[in-house]
Design a protein around this ligand. Sequence first.
Ligand SMILES: [Zn+2]
Ligand SMILES: [Zn+2]
Ligand SMILES: [Zn+2]
Length: 152
Amino acid sequence: MENILSQVGKKLRESDYKLTPQREEILRVLIENQDKHLSAEEILGLVKEKSPEIGLATVYRTLEILYSLGLVHCMDFGDGRKRYEFELLESKSHQHHHLICLNCGKIEEIEEDLLEELEREVYKNKGFVVTNHQLKIYGFCRNCAPKKEGEI
Ligand SMILES: [Zn+2]
Ligand SMILES: [Zn+2]
Ligand SMILES: [Zn+2]
């Protein structure tokens, strides 16, 4: 954690931002909940447990800065809320994919890229170099999927 924070602090300073104590609190929440896809309101709720003085405007401003530095992903899973996810991106890594359950709203992640072939074809046919992508796959999770006949 401290290691990640110091890396982020360095990135911020390189772009003339400071890692203020408030920003650090917000970052801790983001890092601790990396796979939870929190909205700004949810982040605020968690941050307030330790630092009640922090307001929504500070959360938004911090997310904006982190987003501009490529340290958070911002996603919309169709429920009208932007959701944020911290990721200390290596220059070449692509974002993981998301599986969104249409029944219970659960969001799962697929770590494998699996799009290498598509990326190659796109480059071959269009000359377009893929550097990243956001893939949202809709359907029903293990608990919600209707059991197919004949399946145990
Ligand atoms: Zn995710
Ligand atoms: Zn990819
Ligand atoms: Zn479900």
